[in-house]
Design a protein around this ligand. Structure first.
Ligand code: NOJ
Length: 616
């Protein structure tokens, strides 16, 4: 007993003495905590065969881009066999590849290439629904076992005066702005679809279905995949009583999805149980095969508290990264620095013990961040999401400030847009953020040799493209690269975090770690210049600070030396600045001090051993 106490005391003192490192569960960070996860939208990344649609070979051809960018993992939106009614989120075969994207061999080859560059591969897993062209669904319609109950089937509530079946309840589809139920004449029952009628919802109360889904997960794990982004998790399970959901405002039309409390169709207890069981599959896989953690990212547009539940607990973990959409859903161009700080703090305050944050500012479902906030804010927002504690998820193109493309009505593809019709589609279309990646200023921005690409290339590609930005002295790309380098440093990985909003429009945060360089990030969200006096923030800073990186619109450049006191510098509207307490401008990859950490832990072990022997 005395011995254990002595050991614990030494360990405690040593940890205090050695550093103020933030350790999650007392561990060094895992691979997915140290890197950036880069989201690739395969249809729009690179077309290798000139058919106007991106493909796996194209992604492989561009794999060096990921390495140059310095990201450690690539997440691909769904690449599986699909009639593409919802652009891959309607899967007809979970273990095969969509023909326009390539073959399973192409995927293996891509994986090999990525792994040779030290980059991991994460796939999208879409477990809430399949395509209605899936064999599972076709057999379920025919009541062929074991598929009979693979989907959520219900009898009509009754029949109207014209002999039409009445849906079982008032549940509304997210996309269709009408009933979430479609009647299948052959089976003479309604099936549920929380999204399109082409996307029938799966029934997780059916044990054979659950087993089939687990087999899909195992199939891709055996193929060497490093993790999954799990789609639409809140909708996995519905309440068994199939009761009507309550309208929030009875005056608002009944087909407004957001006017309904989705008490019976979202975040059900069984949903958590199921995802937890998948977590266990991933964990057993990495344990049994003695390989790196297989990660789980979960997509849930739900309340903050429910989102947090997808983390699970320390004892019963679920997702490493329930996507943090706060900076998309809670923040708008109307928000001030205090709103932004609040949404950041809310995440930390609500995150369960021992969990790790993540930051998302855009994806294939939302208008691009450069369009939402304006190009002037691109660098500052990249500074924010890459330097906060947590993992950053970058949607392809954010690193070069790609903007939404205008898609004419006759070019529109996204079902979420088309359903609203010509007058309203622009308010909801996701085509805008899915346009082809802008590689250079050549034909079709270097994306494809086709006459027509599946969505138009943004006409601004001649000035916004990766090649131009790589060549420019200062560019969004260069700034992003510099931020990626910062993420490799221990201060950004392990350092503590303090946030300040000295004015309504200025957000400042620091990252510091004992014996390491401190980072100070300053962002002006306003339309007036800001002149922060860093000495008033209660941060202990030297009088000289170095510019580590600065937004394009900032008047300072890498390596400039600024003072920390009043009137030492000012920030233009929408500008961002990263300062450090040491000059890192010449030495962009700060030497890691991991060797000294190792030395420290060896010393600790030796001291413990000596105590052990003395006590004996
Ligand atoms: C979320 C995906 O991100 C979105 O693109 C898709 O349409 C829905 N889930 C339905 O699968």
């Amino acid at each position: 007993m005395a011995l254990t106490k002595t050991f614990l005391l030494i360990k405690y003192i040593a940890v205090l003495f050695l550093s103020n490192v933030i350790l999650v569960n007392g561990n060094e960070l895992d691979w997915w905590q140290k890197t950036i996860i880069y989201q690739v939208y395969p249809r729009s990344f690179k077309d290798s065969n000139g058919d106007g649609v991106g493909d796996l070979k194209g992604i492989e051809q561009k794999a060096d881009y990921f390495a140059e960018l310095g990201v450690g993992a690539v997440w691909l939106n769904p690449i599986f066999k699909s009639p593409m009614k919802d652009f891959g989120y309607d899967i007809s075969n979970y273990t095969d590849i969509y023909e326009k994207f390539g073959t399973v061999d192409d995927l293996k080859s891509l994986k090999k290439k990525l792994n040779s560059l030290g980059i991991k591969l994460i796939l999208d897993f879409v477990p809430n629904h399949t395509s209605d062209e899936s064999e599972w669904f076709k057999k379920s319609v025919k009541r062929e076992d074991p598929f009979t109950d693979f989907y959520v089937w219900r009898d009509p509530k009754g029949w109207d005066s014209e002999g039409n079946p009445i849906p079982p309840n008032n549940w509304i589809s997210i996309f269709n702005i009408n009933s979430a139920w479609t009647f299948n004449k052959e089976r003479q029952q309604f099936y549920l679809h929380q999204f399109l009628d082409k996307q029938p919802d799966i029934n997780y109360r059916c044990p054979q279905l659950r087993k089939s889904m687990e087999d899909v997960i195992k199939f891709w794990l055996d193929a060497g995949i490093d993790g999954f982004r799990i789609d639409a998790v809140p909708y996995l399970v519905e309440d068994e009583n199939f009761l009507d959901e309550e309208y929030i405002d009875p005056e608002v039309p009944k087909n407004e999805y957001l006017n309904i409390n989705h008490t019976y169709t979202m975040d059900q207890p069984l949903t958590f149980e199921i995802i937890r069981s998948w977590r266990k599959i991933l964990d057993s896989y990495s344990k049994d095969k003695n390989v790196d953690t297989r990660v789980m990212l979960t997509e849930a547009y739900t309340t903050l508290s429910k989102t947090m539940e997808y983390y699970g607990t320390e004892q019963e973990p679920i997702s490493e990264m329930p996507f943090n959409f706060q900076l998309i859903s809670k923040i708008s161009p109307q928000s001030n620095a205090k709103d932004v700080a609040k949404s950041i703090q809310d995440w930390f305050d609500n995150m369960p013990a021992g969990k790790w944050a993540n930051w998302v500012i855009g994806n294939h479902d939302n208008f691009r961040v450069a369009t939402r906030y304006g190009t002037e804010m691109v660098d500052a927002l990249n500074m924010l999401v890459t330097l906060l504690p947590g993992t950053t998820i970058t949607y392809n193109g954010e690193e070069i400030g790609m903007e939404d493309v205008f898609v004419r009505w006759d070019q529109t593809k996204d079902p979420q847009g088309t359903v609203l019709g010509k007058d309203k589609y622009l308010t909801m279309t996701r085509d805008a953020c899915r346009s082809p990646f802008q590689w250079d200023d050549t034909y079709n921005a270097g994306f494809s040799s086709a006459y027509e690409t599946w969505l138009p290339v943004n006409p601004n590609f001649w000035r916004i493209n990766a090649k131009a930005q790589k060549e420019a002295e200062v560019s969004h790309y260069k700034i992003y690269r510099q931020l990626v380098e910062a993420r490799k440093m221990r201060t950004i990985q392990y350092g503590d975090f303090h946030m300040h909003t000295p004015t309504n429009w200025t957000i400042i945060f620091t990252r510091s770690l004992q014996n390491e360089t401190t980072f100070i990030v300053i962002i002006n969200m306003g339309t007036e210049a800001t002149e922060p006096d860093l000495t008033t923030l209660g941060i202990n800073l030297p009088s000289q600070l170095y510019v580590y990186t600065a937004s394009i619109n900032c008047r300072y450049k890498l390596g400039d030396v600024l003072g920390s006191g009043a009137r030492s510098f000012y920030l233009r509207p929408k500008a961002g600045l990263v300062l450090t307490t040491n000059d890192l401008s010449g030495n962009k990859t700060q030497p890691s001090s991991s060797s000294s950490k190792l030395a420290s832990s060896i010393t600790l072990s030796i001291i413990s051993l000596i105590f052990f022997l003395i006590n004996k």
